[in-house]
Design a protein around this ligand. Structure first.
Ligand SMILES: *Cc1c(COP(=O)(O)O)cnc(C)c1O
Length: 358
């Protein structure tokens, strides 16, 4: 029996694609072998690879002047690849609104000048910067933003209006909202949050920037090499690409990005409405405007009550609701494949728990 899984990552996947993968796993399409044993230069794999590449762009509405790359190492390798490839003597500006933005900034400092163009460390309630608060210094190559801080549950609702191109870590709300592509040079996300199993990042890079990305790097670290080789420069993570391809097809069949965006809003609204209607039994530590739609973080009156909530939820097959160890509290991650019935089950449990403990 499958439970309601609110894990922040890896994410829940649609049961339909798990079953489909199971049925195709041992022998793929009459080839006499599984995908995992197949040459990544074979026609059968080639078809899977190209379909996943094409759907990454079509589902997300990515314009023609962007190249899609599948790169192992998750989102965190991008914390290094971005400054390695782009800085080249210029500076990187970072919006630091939570744990992931901080980590991206710390990694960038290993490779050149990088600074916080806005720092949200001391903000309570936690939030994203307002327009005009992001300060860009002369000689800045890009502004790096985290569209959704997975741990704090804070979402960038409005993109900062700045003169430099942006680079976005969109791991935890990947393909659940439209993107103003003209403002970005690069967008990336680890697929395991909203899009598939762990094993790679999907990176969209503005093709014209590839002329100037660094050549003074080990080959795997160069964006231009991945682009020239259609992400087949070395052995790609075939299982992850296969599953991500299935997930993209599922998104397409369900109604595409507009449908994902609508469901994302609906799921989050149900939980936030329950928090708001609880008379202070449940509280959100995040400024109302900036509340995440994919990672709903909330608190109860004290840590002991939160522990009891999480434990009792688990007995009701609502699992992985414990907040990140660095911030505590409760976190319900509501990714693309979370069905509304999972959300309704959580809402019903929240009401019941409040009745018993309020
Ligand atoms: C999880 C996460 C990461 C790290 O992703 P990995 O793929 O595990 O490296 C980076 N950024 C954000 C916003 C995340 O949620």
């Amino acid at each position: 029996m499958r439970v309601h899984n609110f894990c922040a990552g890896p994410c829940v996947l649609p049961e339909a694609i798990l079953l489909e993968a199971q049925s195709e796993f041992v022998e793929l399409n009459g080839s006499g072998m599984s995908l995992l044993e197949m040459s990544h230069r074979s026609p059968l794999y080639e078809e899977i690879h190209e379909a996943a590449r094409a759907r990454s762009k079509s589902v997300f509405g990515v314009p023609d002047d962007f190249e899609v790359l599948f790169i192992q190492g998750g989102a965190m390798l991008q914390f290094s690849m971005v400054p390695m490839n782009f800085l080249q003597g210029e500076a990187g500006a970072y919006v630091d609104a939570g744990s992931w933005g901080s980590k991206a900034l710390a990694d960038a400092r290993m490779y050149g000048e990088a600074y916080a163009a806005w720092n949200g460390d001391q903000e309570s309630p936690s939030r994203m910067p307002n327009q005009g608060e992001v300060e860009i210094r002369p000689g800045t190559r890009y502004l790096h933003v985290t569209s959704n801080e997975t741990i704090g549950g804070v979402r960038m609702v409005e993109w900062p209006e700045v003169e430099v191109p942006m680079i976005g870590d969109m791991s935890s709300d990947y393909m659940s909202r439209p993107i103003p592509w003209d403002r970005f040079d690069l967008v990336y996300g680890g697929v395991q949050k909203n899009l598939g199993p762990a094993g790679m990042a999907v990176v969209f890079i503005r093709t014209s920037t590839l002329e100037n990305t660094s050549r003074n790097l080990g080959t795997y670290l160069r964006y231009d090499i991945h682009a020239d080789n259609r992400s087949l420069f070395n052995t790609p993570p075939v299982f992850t690409i296969w599953m991500t391809g299935k997930m993209l097809k599922w998104i397409e069949d369900e109604g595409g990005l507009p449908e994902m965006e609508m469901r994302t809003k609906q799921r989050a609204a149900r939980i936030y409405d329950t928090i708001e209607a609880s008379g202070g039994f449940y509280t959100s530590p995040v400024a109302r405007r900036d509340r995440s739609l994919t990672n709903v973080v909330f608190n109860l009156s004290n840590a002991e009550m939160e522990t009891r909530f999480v434990a009792q939820a688990e007995k009701n097959d609502l699992v992985n609701l414990k907040g990140h160890r660095s911030v505590g509290g409760v976190r319900a991650s509501l990714y693309n494949a979370m069905p509304m019935e999972g959300v309704e089950a959580l809402v019903a449990f929240m009401h019941e728990f409040q009745r018993e403990n309020g």
